[in-house]
Structures are given as structure tokens and as C-alpha cells.
Design a protein around this ligand. Structure first.
Ligand code: HXC
Length: 297
């Protein structure tokens, strides 16, 4: 699908994306590149990065791949230094690296819980911490949106509660909190905007393969009427909005890109029934003196 944004909205910008070699992170890398940014992608697996960089370069995008694990502070620092060495600046940091698996709380070891928090929450903070000195520099081409931008990829799992996702829900709740705290503190002190995106189920991603495995039976729309798969493109367009000057007054928000799914629950009365039923209830309540339970009438 074509982008509704002009192809130069990120011209001259340098973006570093953790988890940028696959899934949503890769789509963001490609769309940022197609809109003028140079991109550095960070991930643990060299082969995946190499393949991703070849695809990006074949599309005319300036791209490099940097192997590293966001759980290691020394990797974070090295990857950021390499980005600066290669491209000379850093304008946008996207924290898209994440870990996930379905598990019930009683089958999740404390180390399993910690592993996901280490990747999603501590990893996000570590990358922000190490990138600050470059993000706050700004410099030529800074544009009306001020200093740098941080974009944290979150989820909606923790808005209510989600089955078999206690670890990820806790991790993403922390990510959203980091987004707001840094938006306040670094927005004030360094003119850095910090925002998030909370995608719903996105097709053709590791997330959807792990959370809704093909082996799973049943139609999710029975329990979630608003369920439909999004595209990685949908998340990338939201990211472009936040990363470009279109989003220059947006700071500290996490934009939900889920088609409304997190609001979803089954109808409790069929639509055909609600009009008549509602009138009956109104009539009954007019007859009943207040305070007298209707069961006594
Ligand atoms: C129970 C599990 C488990 C499972 C791992 N563990 N997988 N427990 N069920 N399926 C436990 C292990 O037993 C171990 O605890 C601890 O977690 C660490 O596991 P390791 O395999 O040693 O960790 P590591 O090799 O570092 O791998 C990290 C990982 C892995 C998170 C477990 O899945 C991974 O690398 N994922 C990265 C890619 C990924 O998941 N992407 C999806 C993102 S989707 P013990 O106690 O045994 O030592 C996403 C969507 C969000 O984020 C929501 C959208 C709606």
C-alpha cells in the first residue's frame, strides 16, 4: 500500500531501531528509509540483520546492521557509537526489540518473567539512557519538532488483563511508564519527544505466530467482536506520523493501533431485542417507587 506521507518527511534523519531486522521493526526501518531516513538496525542474530540490510539497500535505503542484545549495556553503548560513527548523528531511537511466549503464571519461572522484563522494559531504558547524549544534540536539520525522538513499541495487553501474558503485561506497563516519565523529563530538559505505539494483533509477525498459533482452535471474533488483523504498514504509518513534524506537538502518548480491539467484548443483548427490552424496563421502573426492589413488585 502506498504511503500517504511525502517521501521526504524524514529526510536527513538518522534512526536506530532495536529489533529492526524483522517483523514490525523491519517494516518501520523500511518505511523510515523510504521517507528519507538513514537506518541502523540492531538485533541479536547476524543472518537476520544481513538479510534485512540487503533488502533495505536494494530499495535505495542507507542501512547498516549492528549485532547486539539490548539486555547488555555494553552492546547498547557500542551499537549507538557505531551508528554515530557511520551516520554522524542520531535523531530517532525506536525500541522495538521484545520477547514473548504464552505461559500461565504457575508455569512461568521467575527467570522467565525477568527475561521478558529485561528485554522489553530494562532494554528500552538502557537504549534511551545510552542514546541521550546524541538525541539531545539536535543540530542542523533539527526542524520544528525540536530535538530527537524516542518511540517505544508497546502493547494493549495490560490495559485490562490478558491470559498467559503476565510477564509481557508487566513489561509493557513499565514501558508505557518509561514513555511518560521521559516525555516529561527529557521533553522539558532536552526538547526530546518520547512516544509509544501499542499495536494490536498484526499479521505476519512473530508476535501473532506466538500469541495465536495456527494450532489454536476457534474464531477469536466470538469473544472479541472487533478482532481483525492489522498490517505492519498500519504501525509504520503511525510511527511516521509521530516521527515526522506532523507529530511535533505530540509527547508522552502511546498511540493505540489495534482497530479498537482492546475495547472489544461480546454484546450482552442482541440488537433486535434492545429497543423493545429497553422500553419494557423503562415502563417497569416508572411504576416502581424508588427504593423498592423490582423483585418485590
Ligand atoms: C515458559 C519459557 C518459555 C516458554 C522461555 N522460557 N520460553 N517459559 N514457556 N515458552 C523461560 C526459560 O525456561 C528460562 O527460564 C527463561 O524463560 C529464559 O529463556 P531462554 O530461552 O534462556 O532466553 P533467551 O534465549 O534469552 O530467549 C528470550 C525469549 C525468546 C524471550 C525467551 O522467546 C526470544 O528470544 N524472543 C525474541 C523474539 C520474540 O519473542 N519476539 C516476539 C515479540 S512479540 P528458566 O527458569 O528455565 O531459566 C511481542 C508482542 C507483544 O512482543 C504483544 C502484542 C499483542
Amino acid at each position: 500500500m502506498d504511503s500517504p506521507f511525502k517521501s521526504d518527511v524524514l529526510k536527513g534523519k538518522v534512526a536506530l531501531l532495536t529489533g529492526g531486522g524483522s517483523g514490525i521493526g523491519f517494516e518501520l526501518s523500511a518505511q523510515f528509509g523510504k521517507h528519507g531516513a538513514s537506518v541502523a538496525i540492531m538485533g541479536r542474530r547476524k543472518q537476520i540483520l544481513d538479510d534485512a540490510v540487503s533488502v533495505l539497500r536494494s530499495q535505495g535505503i542507507q542501512a547498516i546492521g549492528l549485532v547486539g542484545d539490548v539486555r547488555k549495556q555494553e552492546d547498547a553503548a557500542r551499537v549507538i557509537e557505531s551508528t554515530i560513527k557511520h551516520f554522524g548523528r542520531l535523531d530517532i531511537l525506536v525500541n522495538a526489540a521484545a520477547g514473548n511466549f504464552l505461559v500461565s503464571p504457575e508455569n512461568l519461572s521467575p527467570n522467565g518473567f525477568k527475561t521478558v522484563l529485561d528485554i522489553d522494559s530494562v532494554g528500552t531504558f538502557t537504549m534511551c539512557h545510552e542514546a541521550l547524549k546524541y538525541l539531545k544534540e539536535g543540530g542542523p536539520g533539527k526542524g520544528p519538532s525540536g530535538g530527537g525522538l524516542i518511540l517505544n513499541i508497546s502493547a494493549t495487553l495490560h490495559y485490562t488483563a490478558s491470559w498467559y501474558q503476565i510477564h509481557v503485561s508487566a513489561a509493557k506497563a513499565a514501558v508505557d511508564s518509561i514513555t511518560r516519565s521521559l516525555a516529561l523529563e527529557w521533553g522539558t530538559d532536552y526538547d526530546i519527544r518520547v512516544n509509544g505505539i501499542a499495536p494490536g494483533p498484526i499479521g505476519d509477525t512473530t508476535g501473532i505466530r506466538k500469541l495465536a498459533p495456527e494450532e489454536m482452535k476457534g474464531d477469536p471474533r466470538e469473544s472479541m467482536p472487533l478482532f481483525k488483523l492489522g498490517d505492519k504498514w498500519d504501525v509504520a504509518m503511525a510511527a511516521l506520523y509521530l516521527a515526522s513534524d506532523a507529530g511535533k506537538y505530540v509527547n508522552g502518548t502511546t498511540l493505540i493501533v489495534d482497530g479498537g480491539l482492546w475495547l472489544s467484548h461480546p454484546r450482552f443483548i442482541p440488537k433486535e431485542m434492545v429497543k423493545d427490552l429497553s422500553r419494557v424496563v423503562e415502563k417497569k421502573s416508572r411504576k416502581a417507587p424508588t427504593g423498592v426492589p423490582t423483585s418485590k413488585l
